[in-house]
Design a protein around this ligand. Structure first.
Ligand SMILES: [Zn+2]
Length: 319
């Protein structure tokens, strides 16, 4: 069944409404959104690579101890799907499937069961804005796709706060020397650890290269204080240098062991001079590729933080 028809069916069974294009998961088919017993509910699809999940989100009044919600749900022994995440004001339940979507009736039943389970430890909304707890609210608003009760003045405040955070970030002066020093330190330590671990395990541990990329990126960003072009360039360069350095240590140690020679600057020099030949013979090229994956991942996770609040009313056409 097409996702749209399916969600429409789920909406009918749960007494909620289907909003194509809208909701937390940014899918074309959108989500089923509404409130039941004053619990904000959203149902939709999420894809994570090959895995498809039907996702159910329940929101309630902010509470101090989300652990209680977690343990209550564990104790409820709900058989379909599993707990995705619990926050201060939400629980996300995920039902993974392949090819055949879970039956719409089963989904409706699951939504009921989940709400019933958390009722004892959560407080539903009470028809007022969930931020200021005073303005009466009838309809839900989407904040970056997330349905919530938020009044006009609180929306304005959230927008201002985010704008200020964005301005502050723009005004930060990046500390390049600091970034370089920390980045070099992380690359040197990472390379050393990479070489020693590889020697200890007697083979090159490729995932370590990804880890190095990640650590180098973290160090550079901590040093500079913000994401800059400088960081985006030196992070992959330092990562590759670190992996190469680690490989050089690895090969040096191997030669020392096999040829029974002591460590010397001469030996290290010889290894460095022939590093490329050694890399091509061994799994060096692969380790460089993994290092680049690590750097790429680090760069991706180090992209500029998003300071944007998009408010949208339910049922409104997509911007
Ligand atoms: Zn408010």
């Amino acid at each position: 069944m097409h996702e749209n028809d399916y969600l429409q069916q789920v909406a009918n069974l749960t007494g909620l409404r289907h909003y194509p294009q809208q909701g937390p998961w940014g899918k074309k088919s959108g989500s089923v959104v509404g409130t039941r017993d004053n619990y904000v509910t959203a149902i939709g699809f999420r894809y994570n690579g090959q895995n498809a999940s039907l996702v159910i989100l329940l929101r309630f009044k902010r509470l101090e101890q989300p652990e209680l919600v977690k343990s209550t749900l564990k104790g409820a022994e709900i058989k379909k799907g599993k707990l995705g995440a619990v926050g201060n004001d939400f629980v996300r339940w995920e039902w993974k499937y392949s090819f055949i979507k879970p039956g719409a009736e089963e989904v409706a039943k699951l939504v009921e069961d989940l709400r019933t389970a958390i009722k004892t430890v959560t407080t539903p909304f009470d028809g007022r804005c969930e931020h200021c707890a005073s303005t009466p609210m009838q309809s839900l608003t989407l904040l970056n796709g997330m349905p919530m009760f938020i009044c006009a003045s609180c929306q304005e405040r959230v927008r201002n706060e985010l704008n200020q955070a964005a301005e502050k970030y723009e005004m930060l002066t990046p500390n390049y020397p600091n970034g370089l020093v920390l980045g070099l330190g992380a690359a040197a330590l990472g390379g050393l650890a990479w070489g020693l671990v590889a020697y200890g395990l007697n083979h090159i541990f490729l995932w370590g290269a990804i880890l190095i990329g990640y650590i180098v990126a973290a160090a550079v960003l901590r040093g500079t204080g913000k994401v800059t072009r400088f960081g985006q360039i030196i992070i992959p360069v330092l990562t590759i240098a670190s992996v190469l350095f680690g490989d050089a240590i690895f090969y040096t140690l191997i030669i020392m062991k096999q040829e029974h020679v002591a460590f010397s600057g001469k030996l290290l020099n010889a290894v460095l001079l022939h590093l490329w030949e050694l890399e091509i013979q061994g799994s060096g090229v692969l380790s460089l590729l993994f290092g680049l994956v690590g750097a790429g991942y680090a760069l991706y996770s180090a992209r500029k933080p998003k300071f944007q609040a998009v408010f949208q009313s339910l049922g409104a056409p997509s911007p």
